[in-house]
Design a protein around this ligand. Structure first.
Ligand code: F6P
Length: 532
C-alpha cells in the first residue's frame, strides 16, 4: 500500500458528490486561509474535513516540515546538483544568519543588494549616464528565470514605475531583439545581460547583437553594459567592468532568482525602496510558511488543493486566471516555476515516481479568457481546476466602476463553475423564449452547465510591491510542498538539456557543413525543406 492509498479511496467515494452540498454556514470560513491581509478561499473544491485531514497527514508523512527546516537552514537539498536552495536568503531580513558549508552567506547577500541599489539609484538619477546622456531605456537580455520573473514583475508593478523604461529580450528569434531595439537610442540605453551561467546561447547571441547595435553609435559599447551572473570570470572575459557586474551564488535557482540581482531591471524601474517592499512581502510569506500550522498555512493549503486535483482527482492541467491585467505574465512565469520544478518522472532516490508529476499550468487574465477558452472550462468534457486571483482595489480610482465589473466577473465565473445550470433550468429558459417539444429539448441540452467544477480564489487588497512579493513567495513554497510530497527534486532541470545539445548539433547541418546522416526521416526532411 502506498502513502496515496487512503486519499485514493477517499476520492473514489466522493468523486461525484456535489461540492455545493458541502456548504453550510461556516464552510467558507473553515476552508479558507488568511496571511497578512491576503485570503485564499478553497471552499469551492471537493475537499471536506476528512479529506483535508488526510491531505495534511500526507504532508506530515512526506517530511515537509523537516525539508522546510533543511531548506531555510542552507542544507544541500538539491541532491542531484549538490547545492543548497536559498532563494529565501535573498529576501531575508538584516539580522538573518544563514550558513552554507559553515559560512554565513548573508554578508555577501547584503553587500550585493546594496551594490544593486546604489547602481539603480545612479541610473535613475543620471549619476550613471550613457554616452549620449541620462539613461532613458534599460534592455534586460536573459531567458527563462533570467527573464520571466523580472519581466512579469515589471509589468505587474507598472503603477510604481518612475525610472527609465524597461524592455525584456529573451527569444533567440532575431525578431525579438530587432523589434525591441528599433526606436531606442543606443547612446542612452543600458543593456543588462542577465544569465546565471553566462553561457545560455539565446542570451549570449542577443547580447552580441545588442553590442553591435550599440557600437554603431557609441564609442565604448561595453561601458553601457551591466551583467548579472554567477560566473564572474565569464562576465570579465566579455569585457564588462566588474563595477557593473552583480553576482550571486549557485544556491539560487534560475526560476527562483528574481529576488536578487536578477531583479535589477525591476529595481531600476521602481526604485530600491519599492523593491525592498517586494522583498518584505516575500519575507512575510516566508514567516507565515515557517510558523502557521499546516491547516492555516497558505502555501501548504494551496499545494494540497493542487495535489488533490492533479494526483488524486486526475485533472491534468491547472488554469491560473488573474483578474488583474498587470499579472498577465504570471501564468507564463508560473509555467516555468511549476513545470520546470515539478515536471519530473524520477524520485530523488532514482526510482520511478509513485504517481503523476506536476500538472500543465496555463492561463490568461480575466476577463479576456472568458471570451476565448472558458467555453471549454464550463462545458468541455474534462475538468480544469481554476485558480483565480483578484484585488479588492485597482490603481485607477477614477475607473473604480471598471474594477467592480472585473471583480463581479471573477466571482461570477467561480460561482458558475460551482453551480452550473441544470437541464430543468435550461428548459425553463428555452420555454420563455417560446420553444416547445423536441426543439426545446435539443436547444436546452446545449445550454446545460454541468457545474461542480472546482476553483480557488486568492484575494488581496491591491497589487503593490509587497503583495506581489507575497504572491510570488506563496507560489514558490507551493511548488516546494508539492515537490516534497511527490518525492522529487524541485530544484534541478535536466529535462532541458537534450534539446539544447541537439540544437547545437543541428546548426552545422542547417548551414550545410554537415549532412543529415543519423537523423530520423522527419528531421532530415525538415532540414532539407528549411535549408532550401
Ligand atoms: O534552459 C533552462 C534554464 O537553465 C533555466 O533553468 C534558466 O532559468 C534559463 O535556462 C536561463 O539560464 P541562465 O540564467 O543561466 O542564462
Amino acid at each position: 500500500m502506498t502513502k496515496w492509498a487512503p486519499l485514493q479511496a477517499k476520492y473514489a467515494a466522493v468523486a461525484d458528490r456535489p461540492i455545493l452540498d458541502l456548504f453550510d454556514a461556516t464552510r467558507a470560513a473553515d476552508f479558507s486561509v488568511r496571511a497578512d491581509g491576503m485570503l485564499f478561499d478553497y471552499s469551492k473544491t471537493n475537499i471536506d474535513t476528512e479529506t483535508r485531514a488526510a491531505l495534511i497527514a500526507l504532508t506530515e508523512g512526506s517530511g515537509v516540515a523537516e525539508k522546510r527546516t533543511a531548506m531555510f537552514a542552507g542544507e544541500k537539498i538539491n541532491l542531484t546538483e549538490g547545492r543548497a536552495v536559498l532563494h529565501v536568503a535573498l529576501r531575508a531580513g538584516d539580522d538573518a544568519v544563514i550558513k552554507v558549508d559553515g559560512r554565513d552567506v548573508m554578508p555577501d547577500v547584503r553587500r550585493i543588494r546594496a551594490a544593486c541599489a546604489a547602481f539603480a539609484r545612479d541610473v535613475r538619477s543620471g549619476a550613471y549616464a550613457g554616452q549620449g546622456g541620462p539613461i532613458t531605456d534599460v534592455v534586460n537580455i536573459g531567458i527563462g528565470g533570467s527573464d520571466l520573473g523580472p519581466a512579469m514583475a515589471t509589468l505587474a508593478l507598472a503603477p510604481f514605475h518612475d525610472g527609465p523604461r524597461c524592455h525584456f529580450v529573451s527569444n533567440v528569434d532575431g525578431a525579438h531583439i530587432h523589434d525591441t531595439l528599433r526606436g531606442l537610442d543606443p547612446a542612452t540605453t543600458l543593456v543588462i545581460v542577465a544569465s546565471k551561467t553566462f553561457t545560455t546561447i539565446e542570451t549570449m547571441t542577443n547580447a552580441d547583437t545588442a553590442k553591435r547595435w550599440m557600437a554603431q553609435k557609441v564609442a565604448n559599447p561595453a561601458a553601457q553594459f551591466a551583467a548579472v551572473s554567477t560566473a564572474g570570470d565569464k562576465t570579465a572575459a566579455y569585457g564588462i567592468d566588474p563595477a557593473r557586474v552583480f553576482g550571486f551564488e549557485d544556491w539560487v535557482g534560475g526560476r527562483y532568482s528574481m529576488w536578487g540581482p536578477i531583479g535589477l531591471a525591476l529595481m531600476i524601474a521602481i526604485g530600491p525602496e519599492a523593491f525592498d517592499q517586494f522583498l518584505a512581502g516575500g519575507r512575510a510569506m516566508d514567516d507565515h510558511f515557517l510558523t502557521a500550522p499546516f491547516s492555516q498555512n497558505m502555501p501548504v493549503m494551496l499545494a494540497l488543493t493542487g495535489i488533490w486535483h492533479n494526483q488524486l482527482c486526475g485533472h491534468t492541467t491547472r488554469a491560473v486566471l488573474p483578474y488583474d491585467q498587470r499579472l498577465s505574465r504570471l501564468p507564463a512565469y508560473l509555467q516555468q516555476l511549476e513545470m520546470e520544478s515539478n515536471g519530473k518522472r524520477v524520485a530523488i532516490d532514482g526510482s520511478d515516481l509513485e504517481t503523476h508529476s506536476g500538472p500543465v499550468v496555463w492561463g490568461e487574465p480575466g476577463t479576456n479568457g472568458q471570451h476565448a477558452f472558458y467555453q471549454l472550462i464550463h462545458q468541455g468534457t474534462r475538468t480544469v481546476p481554476c485558480e483565480f486571483l483578484v484585488a479588492r482595489r485597482g490603481h485607477e480610482p477614477d475607473l473604480a466602476h471598471q474594477h467592480l465589473l472585473l471583480v463581479s466577473n471573477c466571482l461570477a465565473q467561480a460561482e458558475a463553475l460551482l453551480r452550473g445550470r441544470s437541464l430543468d433550468e435550461a428548459r425553463a429558459i428555452m420555454a420563455k423564449k417560446g420553444l416547445t417539444g423536441a426543439e426545446l429539448e435539443k436547444q436546452a441540452r446545449h445550454r446545460v452547465f454541468p457545474g461542480n467544477r472546482p476553483s480557488t480564489v486568492l484575494a488581496y487588497d491591491q497589487l503593490t510591491p509587497f503583495v506581489l512579493g507575497q504572491i510570488i513567495a506563496l507560489y514558490e513554497h507551493r511548488v516546494f510542498v508539492e515537490g516534497v510530497i511527490l518525492g522529487l527534486n524541485s530544484f534541478d532541470q535536466w529535462g532541458v538539456e537534450l534539446g539544447k545539445e541537439l540544437a547545437l548539433a543541428l546548426q552545422p547541418v542547417l548551414e550545410g557543413t554537415a549532412d543529415t546522416d543519423g537523423k530520423d526521416g522527419s528531421t532530415a526532411a525538415l532540414v532539407n525543406f528549411l535549408r532550401a
